[in-house]
Each structure stands twice: as structure tokens, then as C-alpha cells.
Design a protein around this ligand. Structure first.
Ligand code: ADP
Ligand code: ADP
Length: 233
């Protein structure tokens, strides 16, 4: 069962000098897969991620997430779809500095008007899993980069999304912290069977993926399948 299907995606940025950012990308991501996307700067990675994130629409071709073709949803339906079905992890964490870690993590459930007691319990459980339970009352500027990204991951998965999208999640972390954060992502992927798609420049990050696809000049040009050989080293 595929969580994500990209069918012959083309993306042209219109304007004075129209630019084709993606050329005929097709890709299927199976439920539970942890897939990486690599490629040089300007290759079209962000464009691809934004299409999947429902933040941009393709010029032609379609994006299907959990059997829902995105171009059949209107703006309002898309924002609900995004909030419920997707989780986002960012390079620069995107935490609100005026809120505690706990308040940051609970945000997706607050938006869904979930019961406060259930929210409290879920945040605690996830924070324990991710090793940040003792920092929940702190604000983002009071914790380390690794703790910030663990908070970002907790917020991204607390509503149990069908697809987690990560944009350079280790881009602002040193290599040791990167590995710790990636171990957490891998654990969530395996334990929760959560489908993950990660854009990265970092070969260490890519090594955690089951499958890595490479794009260049808007085209798919290679793919490596490692399956379960991730933890051989
Ligand atoms: P990557 O994330 O791999 O660096 P991007 O998807 O950001 O690549 O960009 C792919 C190409 O599309 C680049 O050449 C970029 O300049 C161009 N591009 C990105 N966004 C726009 C836009 N809004 N308008 C015009 N061109 C764009
Ligand atoms: P504009 O806001 O300039 O009209 P578009 O026509 O490209 O921009 O998109 C209109 C709206 O369609 C977007 O604001 C967004 O909510 C939604 N949309 C974004 N991505 C997709 C997609 N992949 N398929 C269908 N609709 C999308």
C-alpha cells in the first residue's frame, strides 16, 4: 500500500523567464518507508517537498496521498488535510520562542481541539520517548539544538500523521547530535511504522534511509535501495 504517489510531475515557475524546476517525476512511497531525497542545490528538492506538502501545485501531473488526489481538494480542505495527514520537521526547528517545549509540542492537538487531559498525557508520553521530558517547561532558547530538534519531531508526530516530511532536519546540528536525532527518527519510523520522507544534503542522514533517490536539474537520475541494511555499520 502506497502512502504517496507522484505521477509524472512537472513544475514550471511562470514569469518573465519561465523555469522548469521539475521534469516528469514519478515516485511511489510505500507505507512505513523511510525515504531520502538528495541532489545538488537548485535540483528541485524544495519544490518537490512543497508539492507534497500541499503548499504548491504542480503544473501537470498529480500528487496522491493516501488515495486522495490533492488537486481535488479546495484551499480549505487542503489545509485540513495538511494539518491532519502530514507532519513537518524543519532545518531551523521553527519553534515558538514565547512558548514552552510542552506548548510547542501540543500545538497540532490544540488546533484539533483535543481534550486538554488527553493532550497532556500524549505530550508526556512522546517527550519521554524522545528524551526531553525533563525540559518540557523550558523555552526553546534554554535548550540545546538537539533538544530543539527532538521537540520539533515530537510536535511533528504527536497527531500521528500518515506522512512525515523532513527538510534538512540535521542541517543545523553537529554530527554527533545529528546521529542521535536520526536514531530517534529511525526508531519512530520502525516502532510506529510511520512513513517518512527526508530531504537532505547530509550523507549520514541519508544513510538512515531505506531508499534514497537523487534528483538533478529537476529529474530523477538515480536511486539506491538499501532495505534493512541501514544499521550494518
Ligand atoms: P533545491 O531545493 O534542490 O535547492 P529548489 O526546488 O529550491 O531546489 O529550486 C529548483 C529551481 O527552481 C532553482 O533553479 C530555483 O532557482 C528555481 N525556483 C525555485 N522557486 C522558484 C520560484 N518561486 N520562481 C522561480 N524559480 C524558482
Ligand atoms: P494562487 O494562490 O496564486 O491561486 P495556486 O493557483 O497555485 O496559487 O494554488 C491555489 C491554492 O491551491 C494554493 O493556495 C493551495 O492552497 C492549493 N494547492 C497547493 N498545492 C496544491 C496541489 N498540489 N494540488 C492542488 N491544490 C494545491
Amino acid at each position: 500500500e502506497d502512502v504517496l504517489k507522484l505521477n509524472q510531475i512537472h513544475k514550471i515557475y511562470e514569469g518573465k523567464a519561465p523555469f522548469q524546476a521539475l521534469n516528469n517525476i514519478s515516485l511511489n512511497v510505500a507505507s512505513g518507508e523511510f525515504i531520502g531525497i538528495m541532489g545538488p542545490s537548485g535540483a528541485g528538492k524544495t519544490t518537490l517537498l512543497n508539492l507534497i506538502a500541499t503548499l504548491e501545485r504542480p503544473t501537470s501531473g498529480n500528487v496522491i496521498i493516501n488515495d486522495q488526489q490533492l488537486d481535488q481538494l479546495n484551499k480549505e480542505q487542503l489545509s485540513i488535510f495538511r494539518r491532519r495527514m502530514l507532519g513537518f520537521v524543519f532545518q531551523d526547528f521553527v519553534l515558538l520562542d514565547t512558548l514552552t517545549l510542552e506548548e510547542n509540542i501540543m500545538m497540532p492537538l490544540v488546533l484539533e481541539k483535543e481534550d486538554p487531559l488527553i493532550i497532556k498525557r500524549k505530550v508526556k508520553k512522546i517527550a519521554e520517548k524522545l528524551g526531553i521530558a525533563s525540559h518540557l517547561n523550558k523555552r526553546p532558547f534554554e535548550v540545546s539544538g538537539g533538544q530543539k530538534q527532538r521537540t520539533g519531531i515530537a510536535r511533528a508526530i504527536i497527531h500521528n500523521p500518515d506522512l512525515l516530511l523532513a527538510d534538512e532536519p540535521t542541517g543545523n546540528l553537529d554530527s554527533k547530535t545529528s546521529q542521535a536525532v536520526l536514531e530517534e527518527m529511525l526508531r519512530v519510523n520502525e516502532e510506529e511504522n510511520m512513513t517518512m520522507l527526508m530531504v537532505t544534503h547530509d550523507p549520514i542522514a541519508a544513510s538512515y534511509c531505506e531508499r534514497v533517490i537523487f534528483i538533478k536539474d529537476g529529474e530523477l537520475f538515480n536511486e539506491i535501495y538499501k532495505g534493512n541494511n541501514r544499521k550494518l555499520f
